[in-house]
Design a protein around this ligand. Structure first.
Ligand SMILES: Cc1ncc(COP(=O)(O)O)c(C=O)c1O
Length: 477
C-alpha cells in the first residue's frame, strides 16, 4: 500500500491532481518539440501564471541597472550607467550590512528600505500615516500571507478556523489556508456584474459557516486574480464596515495595484479607505495589506520580494509576528532593492526618468491593447463569454461547451474546463489553466489567461484559441 492515499489532505483535491497531469503534459510536449516531432505549432504559448517575464515582457532598465551596479560595484564608477543609477546603487550599498548585497539584512528588511516603503505607502494613500514598525519585507507576498494565515488559525480549538475567500480566487492562497488546517468559506463574485463583490453575498457566506467553522478573517484580492475586477471605494467602505461589525481581520491582497486599466477604475487601498473612515473603524479594524515586487510594472517574480503592512494589531501579537517572521533570516536583498525602486521610481529631471516613463508607458499600452483585443475576440466566439478586465494580469473567460463535449470530458475523467485546457495545449500549443483551480459557481466552467504578454504573442494566442475553439464547437455540436 502506498504511503499517500487518495483521501489524504494533500491528494484529495482532485483539481490539483488534474492540474498536475497538465504539467506533465506540457513537459512531454516540450520534449517532443525539442526532438523535432511535428506539431501544428513550433512553440507553446504559456499563459498559466502572472509572471510577465516568463511570457516575454522586458524588465525595466532602471531596476536592472541598479541591480547590476549593486551586484558588481565596479559599475558604480562606469559612466556607461546613468549618474542617478550609480548614485542610487552607491546609497543602497551603503545601507546594506557590510556594504554588500551578499549579506543578510535585518529580519523586517533593510531599515532604510522599510522606511522608504512606509513613505511610499503614505504618498499612495493621500498622506495617511504608515508606521515603518508595522511593515515586514518578506521573500514574496505569498510568504507573508501564509505566515499571517498561520497566526490567525487556532489549531487547538475544537471548531476549525474559517477564512472567507473569494470565488474565483487565487488558488495558492486557498491551498495555504487549507494547509494551516483552516476552512476557506467561499463568497462568490458576481460574474454577470463584472465579478463584483456584493455585501449580501458576504452575509450569506458568513451565515453558511455557522456550525461548520469559526470565521475570523476575510481574504480579499483587489484587483482580482483571476477575475480582473477592481473594487470601488464605496465597496471597500462597505467591506470594512462589515469586518468591523462581524469582528473579522481583513487580509487585503493588493499585489496587482499598479496594473489597473479599466477606463472608470481606480485603485484605492484598503489602508487608505480605513484611515479615511476615521474612528471607530480606523483604530479598531485589523488589516494586513500585501504588495509585491513580482507584479505591476516591475514583474520581478524571481527576485522574491514583497511586503505586508499590519494595522491595528495588538502589540503582543506584533511581537509574536516578529518572531514568526524571523524564522527565515530575511528577504533576498536584491529583491529588497527592486522593491525600493518600485517604491521610489525615477522622478522628473532625473537622467533615467525619460526611459523609465517610456518603458512603463509601453507596458500600460500593451496591457490595455491585450485586454481589449482578448475581450473582443473571446466574446465573438460562440460558447465563450468574457467579462471586461479592469485590472490585474488575467482574464477569466467562461466556457459554455456543447453537452457532447461535457460527456467526452466525463469519459476522460476530467472536468470540462480541464478537458478544454488539455486539448487546447495538445492541439494548439496554448497552455492555460482550468477555472476549477480557482473555484467557480457549480455548473460553470472557465479558463484563466495571463494577458501580460508582448502584443504579437497575444495576437498569436488569440489566433490559436479562435481556430481551436471553432473546431471544438463544430466537432461536438
Ligand atoms: C493575488 C496574488 N497574491 C500573491 C501572489 C504572490 O506574489 P509573490 O510573488 O509576491 O509571492 C500572486 C502571484 O501570482 C497573486 O496572484
Amino acid at each position: 500500500m502506498s504511503v499517500l492515499q487518495e483521501n489524504d489532505p494533500y491528494v484529495k483535491d482532485m483539481k490539483q491532481v488534474e492540474t498536475a497531469a497538465l504539467f506533465r503534459q506540457i513537459l512531454r510536449i516540450m520534449e517532443e518539440l525539442r526532438q523535432g516531432v511535428k506539431k501544428p505549432y513550433k512553440e507553446v504559448i504559456d499563459v498559466t501564471s502572472g509572471d510577465p517575464q516568463k511570457t516575454g515582457m522586458k524588465p525595466l532598465s532602471f531596476v536592472r541597472q541598479i541591480l547590476a551596479a549593486c551586484l558588481y560595484p565596479q559599475l558604480i564608477n562606469d559612466n556607461k550607467l546613468p549618474v542617478d543609477v550609480r548614485q542610487r546603487a552607491q546609497r543602497l550599498l551603503g545601507e546594506c550590512p557590510g556594504g554588500s548585497v551578499g549579506s543578510y539584512s535585518a529580519t523586517r528588511g533593510v531599515p532604510d528600505i522599510v522606511q522608504r516603503v512606509s513613505e511610499y505607502i503614505s504618498r499612495r494613500d493621500g498622506g495617511a500615516w504608515s508606521n515603518p514598525e508595522n511593515i515586514f519585507i518578506s521573500p514574496g507576498s505569498q510568504w507573508s500571507l501564509a505566515n499571517i494565515f498561520q497566526i490567525l488559525v487556532n489549531t487547538e480549538a475544537s471548531t476549525r478556523t474559517g477564512i472567507l475567500t473569494p470565488v474565483p480566487g487565487y488558488n495558492t492562497s486557498i491551498l495555504s489556508i487549507k494547509e494551516q488546517g483552516a476552512v476557506p468559506v467561499p463568497y462568490y463574485l458576481d460574474e454577470e456584474q463584472g465579478w463584483e463583490l456584493h455585501m449580501e453575498e458576504l452575509h450569506r457566506a458568513l451565515a453558511s459557516a455557522k456550525g461548520v467553522c469559526n470565521p475570523v478573517a476575510l481574504y480579499i484580492v483587489n484587483p482580482g486574480n483571476p477575475s480582473g475586477q477592481v473594487q470601488s471605494r464605496q465597496s471597500i467602505q462597505e467591506v470594512i464596515q462589515f469586518a468591523f461589525e462581524k469582528r473579522l481581520f481583513i487580509l487585503a491582497d493588493e499585489v496587482y495595484q499598479d496594473t489597473v486599466y479599466g477606463e472608470k477604475s481606480e485603485f484605492v487601498s484598503y489602508k487608505r479607505v480605513l484611515a479615511e473612515m476615521g474612528p471607530p473603524f480606523s483604530d479598531t479594524v485589523e488589516l494586513a495589506s500585501f504588495h509585491s515586487a513580482s507584479k505591476g510594472m516591475l514583474g520581478e517574480c524571481g527576485l522574491r520580494c514583497g511586503y505586508v503592512e499590519l494595522v491595528n494589531l495588538d502589540p503582543a501579537v506584533m511581537k509574536y509576528i516578529y518572531t514568526q517572521f524571523s524564522k527565515d533570516s530575511c528577504a533576498p536583498v536584491l529583491g529588497q532593492i527592486a522593491l525600493d525602486v518600485m517604491a521610489n521610481p525615477p522622478q522628473p529631471g532625473d537622467p533615467s526618468y525619460p526611459l523609465y516613463i517610456e518603458e512603463t508607458q509601453h507596458i500600460r499600452t500593451t496591457l490595455v491593447h491585450n485586454v481589449n483585443r482578448a475581450f473582443t475576440v473571446f466574446n465573438s466566439l460562440p460558447g465563450l463569454t468574457c467579462q471586461p478586465g479592469e485590472g490585474g494580469a488575467f482574464l477569466f473567460p467562461r466556457l459554455d461547451l456543447p453537452p457532447r463535449a461535457i460527456q467526452k470530458a466525463k469519459e476522460a475523467g476530467l472536468g470540462p474546463d480541464t478537458f478544454y485546457c488539455v486539448n487546447l495545449l495538445e492541439d494548439a500549443g496554448v497552455f492555460a489553466r482550468p477555472g476549477a483551480e480557482y473555484g467557480q459557481k457549480e455548473g460553470t466552467h472557465h479558463i484563466r489567461i495571463c494577458i501580460m504578454t508582448p502584443p504579437d504573442i497575444m495576437e498569436e494566442l488569440l489566433r490559436r484559441v479562435t481556430s481551436f475553439h471553432t473546431q471544438l464547437m463544430k466537432d461536438f455540436s
